[in-house]
Design a binder for this molecule. Structure first.
Ligand SMILES: [Zn+2]
Length: 434
């Protein structure tokens, strides 16, 4: 008996299909062949800043004990099924499958996986690592999918792993409105959170367990614990047939994509955590996006809270020059814009004293004066009296913000980002042990 590790990526499209569904079908195929899984199926999220990704940028790993005489047969079963189910006719879908035979995953392959979660990796790099460790790669159309397929295999040990229970729809319902009673989602959330998370966005008032794409997924329940995921599922009122249910181990909600860096080391299409000082007053631009500049001893970078981050923007708007913060987010560049961190989370470490300059009252008639422009002094609108700039009144602003960690709402959260609720739970658990 040997262990066969199977990685699958990029079988989906923006229209339909889902890599996890292809994997769920193959998982059942292999069980029917009498094979024994050596680990739960794994759903591996890759670099969320990859410009080619389909929405979630997910790959899947399956690991089975196989009689070495059966290996060729198993490989053929997997490839045939991917060929049958992948959206090959879809532009941009480039399915990849990877196989590795061995008890232990080599360190080189583990390192490769971590790199794919954090950065952009070329197809050539994937082929080079595969050849070094003796993994096989199959590119079914185009070659891009092999990167994620190989990376999925290398993620056998996920630090701070979580779970997602995925329920799938019967085929005739694909593309129709999902029928899951929303009140039961709220009930499930109240009964199982924080062990389950991102079930419902109370700010936008929408269920987060049902996707909006026409794919086979009915719903997904993210959980810290396998039993709790099934318990949560049992609470839901589902008003349509469920074709199958599979529980995946995942690297979702682990912050595995984040690298701690200094500003001069920031690269496009990576996710970073940077500590620095707020360098200017946050600006709100049309469309409701909020921008500010962050500075450390190595340079400056623009940070943004875009409109979909909703009330998180209030936190960013309340920042003042001199505040010490640690920001978390994906680094993007857009034409006509400097390199920008799209904020996912911000730790407000300490607040600066912020002093505002207000116009003085007129020393002749008592009316509030008006500024004549920056450093140009003040003029009274009633009697025309003028006063120099240094007559301004300095008032220390009562800061609206308190130090702490703030995050975007669930509707704007990336799959890999760790929700604060999980951090808090971990702290409570530590405290209980102590
Ligand atoms: Zn006056």
């Amino acid at each position: 008996m040997v262990t066969l590790h199977i990685g699958i990526d990029d079988t989906d499209s923006k229209k339909a299909m889902c890599t996890t569904y292809v994997a769920a079908i193959i998982y059942e195929d292999l069980l029917k062949m009498g094979l024994t899984p050596v680990k739960r199926p794994q759903l591996i999220r890759l670099n969320p800043n990859c410009p080619y990704k389909t929405r979630g940028n997910a790959a899947v790993a399956l690991r089975f004990a196989v009689n070495s005489g059966k290996l060729d047969n198993v490989r053929k079963t997997v490839l045939d099924r991917v060929y049958e189910l992948a959206e090959l006719e879809c532009e941009g879908t480039e399915p990849g499958v990877a196989f590795y035979v061995g008890e232990e995953i080599p360190d080189k392959l583990r390192d490769f996986s971590m790199t794919v979660v954090r950065r952009m990796v070329s197809v050539e790099d994937a082929f080079s690592v595969a050849s070094d460790v003796g993994a096989e790669l199959y590119a079914l159309k185009g070659r891009r999918g092999v990167v994620g397929a190989l990376a999925a295999i290398g993620m056998d040990k996920i630090p701070r792993k979580t779970y997602e229970l995925i329920a799938y729809r019967v085929k005739q319902n694909w593309g129709t409105l999902r029928r899951v009673d929303e009140d039961s989602v709220i009930k499930m959330d109240s009964m199982t959170s924080p062990w389950t998370f991102d079930n419902f966005d109370y700010e936008t008032k929408e269920s987060r367990i049902t996707p909006h794409t026409p794919c086979p997924v009915l719903l997904g329940i993210r959980s810290l614990d396998p039993d709790m995921a099934f318990y949560a599922f049992s609470i839901l009122r589902i008003l349509e047939p469920v074709e199958r249910v599979l529980l995946f181990e995942t690297n979702q909600a682990t912050d595995l994509h984040i690298q701690e860096v200094r500003i001069s080391d920031i690269e496009e299409n990576t996710s970073v955590s940077v500590e620095g000082i707020v360098a200017d007053l946050p600006k709100v631009v049309p469309g409701g996006h909020v921008f500010f500049t962050l500075r450390d001893e190595t340079g400056v970078i623009q940070c943004a809270a875009f409109e979909p981050t909703k009330s998180f923007r209030n936190v960013v708007r309340a920042l003042r020059p001199g505040d010490r913060v640690r920001v978390y987010g994906g680094v993007k560049s857009k034409p006509g814009m400097p390199l920008t961190i799209n904020l996912e989370k911000i730790h407000v470490i300490s607040l600066a004293k912020y002093v505002r300059a207000l116009p003085p009252s007129c020393n002749v008639c008592g009316k509030k004066m008006k500024s004549m422009g920056q450093n140009k002094g003040y003029r009274c609108p009633k009697c025309g009296n003028k006063l120099p700039e240094d007559s301004r009144v300095l008032v220390e602003e009562q800061r609206a913000l308190t130090p702490g960690v703030y995050e975007v709402p669930p509707s704007a959260r990336r799959h890999l980002s760790r929700p604060l609720s999980l951090e808090e739970l971990a702290h409570h658990q530590e405290a209980l042990k102590a």
